[in-house]
Design a protein around this ligand. Structure first.
Ligand SMILES: [Zn+2]
Length: 270
């Protein structure tokens, strides 16, 4: 434990490779736009992330620095400024060269178990003791970094699920450290999830991706995407949700990162 915090401190203080900086300036507009102290902090966490996590290519995907750095940088945006343990449940990121097949297991009436497969862009696994990997489609990683204002970012989405899992289960709530706060969070998110479901049903334009109406866990993940990518619109249309996320992330993207950012609403289903 002590050794790990010593090693993390050393990694965070070390130089950030110029080649990594060039990759991020070219491919992740948010990185170039960050205030200097945030960018320096992000660089430190990228170095820690890449020292502690393993990024593995699947189905012929070649993993080079571009792949590793672009994933780590987007994931580590979720760690800035607050106390955290660098996604403690996740040790491996699996990267596919495109969509991959995900397996779902559902139990229907009479206990009939159905196994199904469908194409996925990203997945986040969690088991209470062993944690689990994040699985990503590489073109989505690139697209997520390139457009910081469309409210869609597969890396933010899947790593938001990992934050969610830090509370012990994936149920739409990260570790909040306080029961009252957890109760308020649950009530607010349930209300917002119902509202999103009603808006999707009525085919109204939404700031949040309507995929979030599926479950509390998906609601939290799409709310995190919107918080960082459509922050001004989220603050305008969902102020209570925005404030709740701000209290957790200890960052105010709409006020601090969004000078001149877009506030347009209207986003369809995933
Ligand atoms: Zn999800």
């Amino acid at each position: 434990m002590l050794f790990r915090s010593f090693r993390r401190r050393r990694l965070r203080r070390g130089d950030f490779p110029a080649a990594w900086d060039a990759i991020l300036r070219a491919e992740m507009p948010l990185y170039a736009r960050l205030p200097e102290p945030d960018r320096r902090e992000l660089q430190g966490w990228i170095r820690v992330f890449l020292a502690e996590k393993y990024v593995e290519g699947c189905r012929g995907m070649v993993v080079d620095d571009r792949v590793r750095v672009l994933i780590a940088a987007q994931a580590c945006v979720l760690l800035l400024r607050r106390a955290h343990d660098v996604f403690p449940g996740m040790r491996t990121v699996l990267v596919y060269p495109g969509t991959f097949m995900g397996r779902a297991r559902t139990t229907g009436p009479g206990g009939v178990v159905t196994l199904s497969e469908d194409p996925r862009l990203g997945e986040s696994w969690f088991t209470p003791i062993a944690g689990g990997p994040v699985v990503l489609s590489w073109p989505e990683v690139v697209a997520g970094a390139a457009d910081a204002h469309d409210g869609r970012n597969v890396v933010l989405h899947e790593f938001a699920h990992q934050l969610d899992a830090e509370s012990g289960e994936m149920e739409g709530m990260p570790w909040l450290g306080n029961l009252d706060r957890a109760r308020q969070w649950r009530t607010l998110l349930a209300r917002e999830q119902r509202r999103l479901g009603a808006q999707a049903w009525a085919r109204q334009p939404t700031v949040l991706n309507t995929y979030g109406a599926q479950s509390p866990a998906e609601f939290f993940a799409v709310a995190v995407e919107a918080y960082f990518e459509r922050s001004a619109a989220l603050r305008a249309h969902h102020p209570e949700l925005y404030d709740t996320l701000r209290a957790y992330f200890e960052i105010d993207p709409a006020a601090e990162w969004e000078r001149g950012g877009t506030a347009a609403a209207g986003h369809g289903a995933a």
